[in-house]
Design a protein around this ligand. Structure first.
Ligand SMILES: [Zn+2]
Length: 200
């Protein structure tokens, strides 16, 4: 093949990233090569620094604090007993942007179409249960299943209701209004605020 092995390897690597196909990966690889040594070194240093990022012990969101908790879980102004279960970090950002939610989060990870939790997701769920037992005396006030309105989200909700019912006074889901098959990540602030307000 006409490409140097090093470039090929980068293209393969970039193709594994979300939303990046082989064609885009190739374009990105040439962009990186074309940036020149100095700016490439900076980009590499930035990527390297991600190794210092930690995952919050409670919610699994990213942080770089000296303790075990992220900025949200460490914020005493937020309600500990209202927990929004979400699939992805980007969903957390979208909900935070509405400024309509003052509880906390729990990132379960993307739910598969078949509605089966992976081993690491079961481990996360166990941690949530332990947290509720230990820090909330065994009952959360409310667990909001803020899952994507997709087949995976629906299946996941069924599992989570079963698993978490004994541990919450009420379990709610985001109100309809989010387009079916759409994703929280891409919902506009207004739609998402509405879905939060109409949770049931
Ligand atoms: Zn946290």
């Amino acid at each position: 093949m006409i490409l140097p092995d090093k470039v090929k390897r980068i293209i393969e690597r970039l193709s594994e990233w979300p939303s990046i196909g082989p064609r885009q990966a190739t374009r990105l690889a040439f962009y990186l090569v074309g940036r020149g040594n100095g700016s490439l070194r900076e980009a590499v240093a930035d990527l390297n620094s991600l190794q210092d990022i930690k995952l919050c012990e409670n919610c699994f969101f990213v942080h770089e604090n000296s303790g075990a908790l992220c900025n949200i879980c460490g914020d005493s102004n937020r309600k500990t007993s209202i927990i929004a279960v979400i699939e992805k970090e980007t969903d957390l950002i979208s909900i935070e942007n509405t400024r309509k939610f003052n509880g906390r989060y729990f990132i379960i990870g993307p739910l598969s179409r078949l509605g089966v939790l992976g081993v690491w997701q079961k481990n996360r769920l166990d941690k949530l249960k332990t947290f509720i037992q230990r820090d909330l005396d065994g009952k959360a006030d409310e667990i909001i299943l803020a899952l994507n309105p997709t087949t995976g989200g629906d299946f996941g909700a069924t599992i989570l209701v079963k698993e978490l019912s004994p541990l919450a006074n009420r379990i709610t889901r985001l109100g309809r209004g989010l387009p079916m098959g759409g994703e929280i990540e891409f919902a506009d602030d207004e739609t998402l605020s509405e879905a939060l307000a109409k949770r049931n």
